[in-house]
Design a protein around this ligand. Sequence first.
Ligand SMILES: Cc1cc2nc3c(=O)[nH]c(=O)nc-3n(C[C@H](O)[C@H](O)[C@H](O)COP(=O)(O)O)c2cc1C
Length: 440
Amino acid sequence: MSRQLHLNLFFHSRGHHEASWRHPQTSPYPLTDIRYYQDLAQRAEAAKFDSIFLADQLALGDDVAQAARTWLEPITVLASLAVSTSRIGLIATASTTYTEPFNLARQFASVDHISNGRAAWNIVTSWLATAARNFGGAGQVSHADRYARGEEFMTVVKALWDSWAPDAIADDRAGGLYAHGERIRPINHRGDFYQVAGPLNTPCCPQGRPVLVQAGSSDTGRRFAARHAEAVFTAHMAKETAQEFYTDLKQLAAAEGRKPEQVLILPGLSPMIAGTEAEAQCLLRETNDLADPEVGRKRLSGRFGGHDFSHLPLDKPLSPDDFPEPGTVQAARSRTEVIINLVRRDRLTLRQLLGYLAGARGHYVTAGTPEQIADLMEDWFKEGAADGFNVMPPLLPLQFEVFATEVVPLLQRRGLFRTEYEGTMLRDHYGLEQPASQFA
Ligand SMILES: Cc1cc2nc3c(=O)[nH]c(=O)nc-3n(C[C@H](O)[C@H](O)[C@H](O)COP(=O)(O)O)c2cc1C
């Protein structure tokens, strides 16, 4: 079969547009109602999507007065979605900086069991400065330290997932043997950050290990992804930067001794879709009008580690000098570069920049017909910019439904996307091999 697109549905608030929660046509469910998440996952499964994804931040934003988020703890949500769906992959975010590897390994192994092999972990180092204050820390953990800790975290969780041989459980009632003790081993890890004896107290999971997803884009983040990630989320505002990222990450993966096709690259795509391009643009303008620029200004400050943008007028063109040097930012460094490059290229005013970021926080935002969206996806897919997409509908579930009923059939007719699931596990959908267990 020819190479196929991979599609992930990213859940966020009542849509990825900052003002989606206020939009009269988005979901009526409270954002703490599990039926909202179940409904979205079931719609994505009906559209034969590979997976769904929940992001996570470990602190309440100071913009809560005007910002609605997906509030439930993601791993808990996955457990619920595991029993209300049967085929779709389930990805949750969890932090290597503010969790312990033993508990995290056990949680994802459990979701992999509950879902019969559909669990995936989006590995993040948590860039939000305010998160540090919720975990006993004095302040932000530096970018370099977060990745150093993350590296050791990965060594520990992989060893824990591999601490049981797949055939360790005998469950022999007549013979009185529950498990083959010699098929379960401690890991005895002693490192700079963690001391973990092991073994895990959860048996080997259906996928061997949960699928590993990552979204680092800085140099350190990319090298981390090249070593560990099987799918990579990334944000680009232009095809050219997506191509550069794609080529670089595949080369880095090869340099780590991995097969480049075993690392899927999924850029974010936030399409507003309507019958004509003019209608789609109009819908986007209407939604933009619901967004408050002062909320956007606060959010921009958060992205730049608390930098003060309060003195900047809304309607004067910005220059890169209005921003701190990305190398000095301890938060999500690569996204700050994306923003500064956009300012340099398009000479945007602050109002225009905030309007663009309101769409999907720096991911690719577009408005058009189903054909235009399918053309764009095919182009990026065939021109070395993407193996698939992290689909980020601006309004949920409305714009997902339009995507599912109008864009997916076009992709299927072009032979680019499945019409039926072939396997049962997320590794089957993504075409990923089971990692070799260290147990052997
Ligand atoms: C689609 C996507 C989703 C992300 N989700 C989260 C998240 O849920 N929590 C988080 O702390 N960071 C999240 N990030 C940020 C990344 O983990 C990473 O910190 C960021 O891209 C900056 O890269 P760097 O850490 O290499 O500088 C996400 C990034 C992308 C592109």
